[in-house]
Design a protein around this ligand. Structure first.
Ligand code: ATP
Ligand code: OAA
Ligand code: MN
Length: 532
């Protein structure tokens, strides 16, 4: 394997990182796959995928994420949401990590975060694991050979899972650390093999940098009508609410599944690939995503498989329920080549309400949209222990608090002004439970959600008749062609309407308790849209 194309002025030693054994720059997907196999990091699966496991960490570690607190960021970081690290601790962490890396083999990938050339960020991701190199190469945007020859990283991420941080020496919490330093333009990741940390680090960087340029960074997926990027839809939502599932829609062009920016020019994906959940993935309900599990170099993380037949088990969550596959955008048949869209015509806010209270779709006024954006509600189903059936509410502002370095109002005000200038229509979509709460009811059929979205996006739904929801104040359509009308009024799907009312009142109370902290910062119309 050759060393690969790299800007000769910008090797790691020019960045002051010396003494490493060997560094492979910008290896291809096939080379990284082969290197991962040679190093015993994984197994080649059916269709040429790469099967890996991540040990102890099978999800992100938000409590181990730090921002270096220095004068230059003191006034702009939202410190209540971002744990601070002293510059001196970071310096020791960096020195210790580089000392740990001496003599080892590493993979450096020079990539763009951002499909819009005017707004992209040049990031170098240095990984200890070859498969992390492959993952981030799939997930971000790949420069061509000419761009590589002059590539100068604006930020460098070093991800070294075998390095264990020391809370006393490094000012962190455990031996896992994700430390972001805006002055030194470095992110150090240690003690975790979960690949999602790589992509969400870049997202966090862009969430910090872009608002200063008037660009709204969004934890959302996006797609547009065939041949018509002016008809763009974005889908906000926390993890598991359906961003990836619903944006991959055979009747629309996929722009991206997780992170986008909204500039004066329209929307752009930050990424060049997708990271989909594979638990219970079905070939019937999600054929495009299912197919990527059998394509060359797709990274399959934490799935149980038969070691002899290599058959994947989509039901077995014994390693984690957060099992995933990572693949380049072009593995989805109708993905956009440019990953650019227009100004969103429709803004969907996805939530997975396991209380079974919220309707499957509701139209939001701009003030209500701001309320739901700041609230960032979804719910997780309770643990798998027997008898525990009460869902867990989650309120994560901007639909992504762990990735937001700035205060929520910064993102809220940007979104608000863009909605106002471009006249986007906003919707709340519940992909969670119907017919009762988790334990009694069942998850909304994907087919039903898709039918509602199709009607919202083709403009027919907005012309229909709406009722005002007594609990939440938003407007809910009364009938949608081809859909059982009872679904639209969750109260009628419960066996016991009084139980529904009690559960709805409880959820309203949760929204209201959570929102109290935003009241001092928001405008009167959003206050008026508040629930409870
Ligand atoms: N009605 C529904 N709409 C959307 N997804 C559904 C629905 N019912 C079940 N699901 C399942 O819920 C999950 C949604 O996960 P998805 O990967 O789309 O989430 P996401 O918002 O992209 O999360 P993340 O940000 O963590 O990647 C999938 O496993 C999907 O099969
Ligand atoms: O970042 C991850 O690990 C997966 C993801 O998309 C999210 O949690 O929003
Ligand atoms: Mn996703």
């Amino acid at each position: 394997m050759d060393q690969g194309t790299v800007n000769p002025q910008m090797k790691l030693e020019h960045q002051g990182i010396t003494g490493l054994g060997y560094v492979y720059y910008n290896s291809s997907a096939a080379q990284l796959h082969d290197a991962a196999i040679a190093a015993g990091e994984g197994v080649t699966g059916k269709g040429g995928s790469l099967l890996v496991t991540t040990g102890k960490h099978t999800g992100r570690s938000p409590k181990d994420k730090f921002v270096v607190r220095s004068a230059s960021v003191e006034d702009t970081i939202w410190w209540d949401n971002n744990a601070p690290m002293d510059p001196a601790h970071f310096d020791v962490l960096y020195a210790d990590m580089v000392a740990h890396m001496q003599g080892g083999t590493y993979y450096a990938q020079d990539l763009f975060g951002g499909a819009d050339p005017a707004h992209r960020l040049d990031v170098r991701v240095v990984t200890e694991l070859a498969w992390h190199g492959l993952f981030i190469r799939h997930l971000l945007r790949r420069p061509d050979a000419t761009e590589l020859a002059s590539f100068t990283p604006a930020f460098t991420i070093i991800n070294c899972p075998t390095f264990k941080a020391d809370p006393v020496r490094h000012g962190c919490r455990t031996d896992t650390v994700i430390a972001m330093n805006f002055d030194r333009k470095l992110i150090l990741i240690g003690g975790t093999e979960y690949a999602g940390e790589n992509k969400k680090s870049v997202f966090t960087l862009l969430n910090y940098l872009l608002p200063e340029k008037g660009i709204m960074p969004m934890h959302c997926s996006a797609n547009h009508a065939p041949g018509n990027p002016v008809d763009t839809a974005v889908f906000f939502g926390l993890s598991g609410t359906g961003k990836t599932t619903l944006s991959a829609d055979p009747s629309r062009v996929l722009i991206g599944d997780d992170e986008h920016g909204w500039s004066d020019r329209g929307t752009f994906n930050f990424e060049g690939g997708c990271y989909a959940k594979t638990i219970n993935l079905s070939a019937e309900a999600e054929p495009d995503i299912y197919a990527t599990c059998f394509m060359p170099h797709t990274v399959i993380e934490n799935m149980v498989f038969d070691p002899e037949t290599l058959e994947l088990d989509f039901e077995d969550d014994s390693l984690t329920a957060n099992m995933r596959c990572a693949y380049p955008l072009n593995y989805i048949a109708n993905a956009s080549d440019t990953a650019l869209g227009g100004h969103p015509k429709n803004i969907i806010m996805l939530t997975c309400d396991a209380f079974g209270v919220l309707p499957p779709i509701a139209r939001l006024t701009p003030a209500q949209a701001m309320y739901h954006f700041l609230s960032g509600f979804t719910s997780k189903v309770a643990g798998t222990e027997r008898g525990v059936t009460e869902p867990e509410p989650t309120f994560s502002t901007c639909f992504g608090a762990p990735f937001m370095p700035r205060r929520p109002e910064v993102y809220g005000n940007l979104l608000r002004s863009k909605i106002a200038s471009h006249g986007a229509t906003c919707w709340l979509v519940n992909t969670g439970w119907t017919g009762g709460a988790y334990g009694t009811g069942s998850r909304m059929p994907i087919k039903a959600t898709r039918a509602l979205l199709a009607a919202a996006l083709d403009g027919t739904l907005i012309e229909s008749t709406f009722r005002k929801d007594p609990h939440f104040g938003f407007e809910v359509p009364v009938a949608v062609e081809g859909l059982d009308a009872r679904l639209l009024d969750p109260r009628t799907t419960w066996a016991d309407a009084a139980a529904y009312d009690a559960q709805a009142a409880k959820l309203v109370g949760m929204f209201s308790d959570n929102f109290a902290k935003y009241v001092p910062f928001i405008d009167d119309d959003v206050k008026a849209a508040a629930i409870g």
